[in-house]
Ligand binder design. Structure first.
Ligand SMILES: [Zn+2]
Ligand SMILES: [Zn+2]
Length: 184
């Protein structure tokens, strides 16, 4: 049984697995006429208590943080990555990005034919690590709150693991979406 299954089982049975993060949900309240775009983007988003964007967010911020149960987060969180983030973007199949990221993956034995595998694997690890609170808060602006998550994959050419940092955007109700598969 993998760790996530154990966490879900423990949550269902009301047991607490070790180091279970405490969660809260950012709630924007419409108490004034001018709505700040950053607060509106944070509305409904879940963060662990130790990795929540600065709150209150500014003077006269009416937002509140509401406690969320771990169970609720585990049962609702989702992570998605668009296939296009790998093909054509990561592997730069059209040669239009020139970021050179495909060279690293090729050195690890991955080609554009592994796009579906990488998409699935990054979605799986992204979800697990978000649920476990293993993320780093990144830039917040009117587009939303970014987080980064470390991904581990096996090299195909040798029995070794490589790690890299992926970038995600946080959406309401526990949804995170991949913005960049390889950020460093
Ligand atoms: Zn605000
Ligand atoms: Zn606010």
């Amino acid at each position: 049984m993998d760790y996530l299954s154990e966490v879900i089982k423990a949550a269902v049975w009301g047991e607490s697995p070790p180091q279970m993060p405490k969660w809260n949900k950012w709630l924007h309240r419409s108490l004034s006429d001018n709505h700040c775009e950053e607060c509106l983007k944070l509305d409904g988003c879940w963060f662990t208590k130790d990795k929540t964007p600065e709150w209150p967010h500014h003077q006269y911020c009416h937002c509140i943080l509401e406690d969320s149960s771990y169970n609720e987060v585990v049962n609702n969180a989702t992570a998605t990555a668009a296939y296009s983030k790998f093909d054509p973007y990561l592997f730069d199949t059209m040669g239009e990005y020139g970021h050179g990221k495909e060279r690293l993956f090729k050195a690890w034995g991955y080609t554009v034919n592994d796009s579906e595998y990488l998409k699935k694997e990054i979605e799986k690890q992204g979800l697990q690590k978000y649920i476990l609170g293993q993320y780093t808060l990144g830039k917040l602006n009117r587009d939303g709150q970014r987080i980064s998550i470390t991904i581990e994959i096996m090299r195909k050419d040798k029995n070794d693991v490589v790690t890299f940092v992926s970038g995600w955007m946080v959406y309401p109700n526990g949804h995170i979406q991949l913005t960049t598969p390889y950020g460093g």
